[in-house]
Design a protein around this ligand. Structure first.
Ligand code: GLV
Ligand code: MN
Ligand code: MN
Length: 408
């Protein structure tokens, strides 16, 4: 089964150009750019005979086969973080398209429906809800998700209406029983495959992730007239809390903790900060470790706040449990990798993926990693076309086994 390497390379560039500048891509969830990406992918698949639709949460589905039989769902997400790279999410959708096209070119017929999916807003970079599209599809959105606002005050409901939808993402809900299996190819986003010299990896499990917003309330005052012993400086307290997050994660196996956003009010150099808000991203390979990490972080925030006489509150934005992926699909991907001459490494994923929402909703899910370099969520992220082709071929192998009748 041959994947068209030149076409895949061309499409990587074409998709990256949407919201792109150099190797940087900014294609936020539910934006006009994300919609252009859906249109581009939809066009390729419609040309091959797929029935294409967008659901009320703005997920793209392109279906081959009937509407009644449970399908094999294959794809990834079409949004990016601000100033992200060309491959995170995008490569999974592109390789799904290539895998389907390779099967069709090979004369295979689908004995069970195959649906290519381009999930909306997986990153949660705009509205704060990671895995938004797949969560909407499988009834896992947080309460009142439609009311979540971006930095400009635009709600998810507003953004959906601007796309022509009704504004209620819960309308995207589908029955997990409609999906026989979910397959997702993704770049690894870390160095482990490169270190092991393996082009492909099979994902054993995806970490649990807790996202929260911490608000520290101090007392706004004059930076010159207030003596150092009489301050309630919200930012100084937050700074100590940020370091405590790092320390709590450092002490635990397979756990990470990140504060990636911080905002200070009123934000002037001669004003003691009255309020400081920062994000929390806590992850761990098991739910037990994540719980212990979250407990430590809460206790540190409380202790530091008490010692500095500032009040603080923690709003949990989302909490996704750790997800061991389906063992049968792991084996299938291992064989798929072997079919293209790769002994795949088995890895857990520290990044969140839509496969997590699917697996947690009861859809058997599997993930294939493609070696990448340069990190991720940065314009430096990179995967070679050669590795991407191996990934697409392995994905086609898995799809054929799950859904296609070999050509005569
Ligand atoms: C998604 O990329 C995440 O893991 O934050
Ligand atoms: Mn991703
Ligand atoms: Mn990402």
């Amino acid at each position: 089964m041959s994947v068209d390497a030149a076409r895949l390379e061309r499409r990587i560039a074409e998709l990256a150009a949407i919201g792109g500048s150099g190797t940087a891509v900014s294609r936020l969830g539910l934006s006009a750019e994300e919609q252009r990406a859906r249109d581009l992918v939809a066009g390729w698949l419609a040309a091959r005979g797929a029935r294409v639709r967008r659901d009320p949460a703005a997920n793209l589905y392109a279906r081959f086969g009937d509407d009644h039989t449970p399908c094999v769902l294959v794809g990834s997400h079409l949004d990016s973080v601000p100033e992200g790279g060309r491959f995170d999410g995008a490569l999974g959708v592109l390789c799904a398209v290539e895998a389907v096209e390779a099967l069709l070119d090979d004369g295979a017929r689908f004995r069970r429906p195959v649906e290519v999916v381009g999930w909306a807003d997986e990153e949660g970079a705009r509205f704060g809800i990671g895995l938004y599209g797949s969560s909407a599809a499988f009834g896992r959105l947080p309460d009142r998700a439609g009311e979540r606002r971006d930095r400009d005050g635009v709600t998810i409901a507003d953004a959906l209406r601007a796309l022509g939808e009704s504004g209620d993402p819960a309308g995207a809900r589908r029955d997990p029983a409609e999906v026989a299996a979910y397959l997702e190819l993704h770049i690894e986003q870390g160095p482990r495959l490169a270190e092991r010299g393996a082009a492909l990896g099979v994902v054993s499990e995806i970490v649990g992730i807790l996202h929260a917003r911490v608000t520290v309330h101090g007392r706004q005052d004059h930076a010159g007239a207030t003596v150092m012993t009489a301050r309630e400086d919200a930012l100084a307290a937050a700074a100590e809390m940020v370091v405590a997050v790092e320390a709590a994660a450092l002490g635990r196996p397979d756990a990470v903790g990140t504060v990636g956003e911080i905002a200070v009010r009123p934000g002037a150099k001669n004003v003691i900060p009255g309020e400081c808000t920062f994000s929390l991203d806590l992850r761990a390979r098991t739910d037990e470790v994540l719980e212990a990490l979250a407990r430590d972080v809460r206790a540190s925030i409380r202790r530091i706040g008490d010692a500095r006489a500032v009040r603080s509150s923690i709003d949990v934005l989302s909490h996704v449990a750790a997800a061991p992926l389906d063992e049968g699909l792991r084996d299938l991907f291992q064989r798929a990798a072997a079919s293209v001459g790769v002994e795949a490494a088995v890895l857990f994923s520290g990044a969140g993926h839509d496969a997590e929402s699917c697996q947690l909703a009861g859809v058997r899910s599997g993930m294939l990693f493609v070696r990448s370099t340069g990190g991720s969520h940065t314009p430096r992220e990179h995967a070679t076309v050669e590795d991407a082709v191996l990934g697409a071929q392995a994905l086609a192998f898995a799809l054929r086994e799950l859904a296609a009748t070999p050509s005569a």
